[in-house]
Design a protein around this ligand. Structure first.
Ligand code: SF4
Length: 241
């Protein structure tokens, strides 16, 4: 068996183990390339794992379009979790729609309202959650394990693609005609909210297009927790979604 076939086999084995041993489990999809690999594996193998996405209210049209494309391709809906409307209105009234550019604190508060709180709602009552994170995505993820104890959320967290390379991801997508976000063809290796994501130049860190106006050390939005703590950033990469 090839190295890639081994990785694919292990990933499917991990997903089946999650389904069997950690029910109910959910998969947090940002609708990016890695997440589409996992979506394809979960839906084509009819695994009993709910797929959800955080509809922050600030996503690109291309990302929103992926929800319909998943429905058309697989005949399945992705569950959407929206931020609390009152909290969003209060933030915008007090600080302005794009106040996240003004300070790290206001950026984190926006992420807390639009991402962290809805994520916590999505994970409530679940035994495990799954992400599409990979070790090679950032210097801060080199220790990423396939299975982690997420103390903060009180459940297991799985990163089944931890050992996949970017080439592995795109090999799977092309080989299986998996639908993918067209932003990936426009210089966006990492995709988040529209006002906080830009295309990158050749040679830039893959995460350089996220919150690019901030000092790298302040970049995180609280979605990923290691040993009960938010990951702190030391390199030009972020540990978020
Ligand atoms: S990524 Fe930007 S727009 Fe999205 S929740 Fe965070 S600060 Fe708000």
């Amino acid at each position: 068996m090839s190295v890639f076939a081994d990785k694919l086999s292990l990933t499917l084995h991990t997903l089946r183990r999650i389904e069997g041993e950690f029910s109910p489990a959910v998969f947090a999809s940002s609708l990016a390339a890695e997440d589409m690999v996992l979506t394809d594996l979960i839906l084509n193998n009819q695994l009993n794992i709910e797929i959800f996405s955080l509809q922050t209210g600030r996503l690109h049209a291309e990302t929103l379009g992926m929800i319909e494309r998943v429905k058309a391709h697989y005949g399945k809906d992705i569950s959407l979790f929206l931020p609390d409307e009152q909290a969003v209105n209060d933030y915008v009234t007090r600080h302005g729609l794009n106040a996240f550019y003004d300070s790290v604190d206001l950026r984190k508060e926006c992420c807390r309202i639009r991402k962290v709180e809805p994520l916590n709602r999505a994970l409530a009552g679940k035994a495990a959650w799954i992400t599409g994170q990979r070790k090679a995505q950032a210097a801060t993820r080199t220790e990423l394990a396939i299975q982690e104890d997420d103390v903060a959320h009180g459940m297991q967290k799985f990163n089944p693609l931890a050992d996949w390379s970017e080439d592995d991801v795109w090999h799977y997508i092309r080989s299986n005609a998996v639908p993918y976000n067209p932003l990936h063809d426009k210089g966006y290796p990492s995709i988040g909210c529209e006002p906080c994501t830009r295309a990158i130049q050749a040679g830039e860190d893959v995460r350089a297009g996220r919150w690019w106006w901030e000092n790298p050390e302040s970049k995180e939005c609280g979605l990923h927790v290691v040993d009960g703590k938010l990951i702190r950033i030391r390199a030009a990469s972020v540990a978020a979604e």
